[in-house]
Design a protein around this ligand. Structure first.
Ligand SMILES: *[C@@H]1O[C@H](CO)[C@@H](O)[C@H](O)[C@H]1NC(C)=O
Length: 95
């Protein structure tokens, strides 16, 4: 049981970003609000790709229309997009 507890603690710490380098994002896609945690420096598919009208990040992110496609830069902070920015993938780095 001791080992299970240690593993559980390690997983929790990783998920909260203490060890792993992750960026928290929150966005409005097609009118609905979602949050997601993404790894740094790794192309990550949005859980809910679509027309993004608000985007908040704890790191500097590039929003990709598709892999290799048009990008929109969203430095750490809160962003509002009007017109919406269609996004399928994000690539974020820690600040
Ligand atoms: C996103 O916006 C574009 C341009 O307005 C539209 O053609 C498309 O259908 C929208 N996509 C979704 C999933 O709403």
């Amino acid at each position: 049981m001791q080992l299970t507890n240690i593993l559980a603690t390690a997983i929790t710490l990783c998920a909260s970003g203490v060890f792993a380098s992750t960026i928290d994002i929150a966005y409005t896609s097609n009118g609905a609000y979602y949050t997601q945690t993404v790894p740094s420096n790794s192309m990550t598919e949005l859980g809910h790709p679509g027309n993004i009208t608000t985007f908040q990040d704890t790191g500097n992110c590039f929003l990709y229309k598709y892999v290799g496609g048009e990008t929109t830069y969203a430095p750490a902070g809160v962003h509002t997009f009007d017109p919406a920015v269609y996004t399928e993938y994000v690539l974020c780095e820690t600040v």
